[in-house]
Design a protein. Structure first.
Length: 345
């Protein structure tokens, strides 16, 4: 008898409930043993309890330590901070894992298999910002403080190096701007080079370093020269979206936020309120995030079956949503995917 795995489920806003339902249908077909605790966040949290991150949602994640969530919309005005940022801070989700894998071949870039490991809590994203008044202009000067810590860099790099070895990555590239930001990103670079000299890592993969602007250019010219990119918060945010563009956009981009005591899996695209309720959303990004969640929970065979079924549905059955050049709605795509999962059981 398979032991059930408690997990928090946040449907999210906009198209969130539609793509979450598609992912749950795939999990059911896989007989993935998750015991879901359904909670709300984002606009749903505001409407239910006046908070984008209600206490019950946070308590649920503390209990289950793993969550799948749809996109969350941060309400405009009212001083609300990003719910995604708050979740990262609350659960110290220090590593953001963003794979970019070609699922539909034949595009401008083909056979892409890259991953970014991004530091998720530090850098300029700590949000220490303020204005300085000059004369009658209260916003005459804008200032922001970025902070990287040795501990924060070390734990991120350690996670990246361990992941590279566990997943068979041959090369790890440290992306930095230490030629200009010698302290802020120099600390990250120094920590990575020092960590690689430890016997548990030395020679297990090739290590190289690159300046972030050169990295962006080379990703467009020849992305196949890279394997795993590891970098600080702001650079990782930008480069991971660039890499998503190499494989078809954010609709194909899953994300995992990993901490010591919790992990949250998500599609990285927005809530797309303009198409919410129309039944035409592409659930692929969240399905791929679901595969990352299965791997995290040691359900590797189920993760492999899910990825194979997504590939076969898109490329053999040619069932694709409108954003991928097809005519299927969300329900039709989900039905075809479930049939592939069950047929390959």
């Amino acid at each position: 008898m398979t032991t059930s795995i408690p997990a928090t489920l946040i449907a999210g806003d906009g198209i969130g409930p539609e793509i979450v339902d598609a992912t749950l249908a795939a999990f059911d077909a896989l007989k993935a043993p998750f015991e879901w605790d359904r909670q709300v966040a984002g606009l749903g949290g505001v409407q239910q309890s006046g908070d984008p991150l209600p206490a019950a949602t946070l308590d649920s994640i503390r209990r289950t330590r793993v969550a799948l969530k749809g996109p969350l919309e941060t309400p405009s005005g009212g001083g609300y901070r990003s719910s995604n940022v708050r979740l990262r801070e609350e659960f110290q989700l220090y590593a953001n894992l963003r794979p970019a894998l070609t699922v539909i071949p034949g595009g401008r870039f083909d056979k892409i298999d890259l991953v970014v490991v991004r530091e998720n809590l530090e850098g300029l994203y700590i949000g220490h910002e303020h204005y300085v008044r000059i004369d009658d202009d209260p916003h005459a000067v804008g200032m922001a403080t970025g902070i990287n810590t040795r501990q924060g860099c070390h734990r991120l790099l350690e996670y990246a190096f361990d992941t590279a070895i566990a997943t068979g990555r041959k090369k790890v590239t440290l992306v930095h701007k230490a030629n200009i930001m010698k302290v802020l990103t120099g600390l990250f670079l120094e920590t990575g080079l020092r960590l690689y000299e430890e016997p548990r890592y030395k020679g297990k993969f090739e290590l190289e370093t690159i300046i972030v602007d050169a990295c962006a250019m080379k990703l467009v010219l020849n992305p196949w020269q890279f394997d795993m990119l590891v970098t600080t918060n702001l650079f990782g945010d930008i480069l991971s979206d660039l890499m998503a563009g190499l494989v078809g956009g954010l609709g194909m981009a899953p994300g995992a936020n990993i901490g010591t005591d919790a992990a949250i899996f998500e599609a990285v695209h927005g809530s797309a309120p303009d198409i919410a309720g129309k039944g035409i959303a592409n659930p692929t990004a969240l399905l791929l995030a679901g595969a990352l969640m299965l791997d995290h929970c040691k359900l590797n065979a189920e993760a492999t079956r899910l990825r194979r079924a997504i590939d076969e549905t898109l490329n053999i059955d040619k069932v694709r949503t409108g954003d991928l050049g097809g005519t299927a709605n969300t329900a039709a795509f989900t039905k075809a995917l479930v049939a592939r999962i069950q047929g390959g059981a």
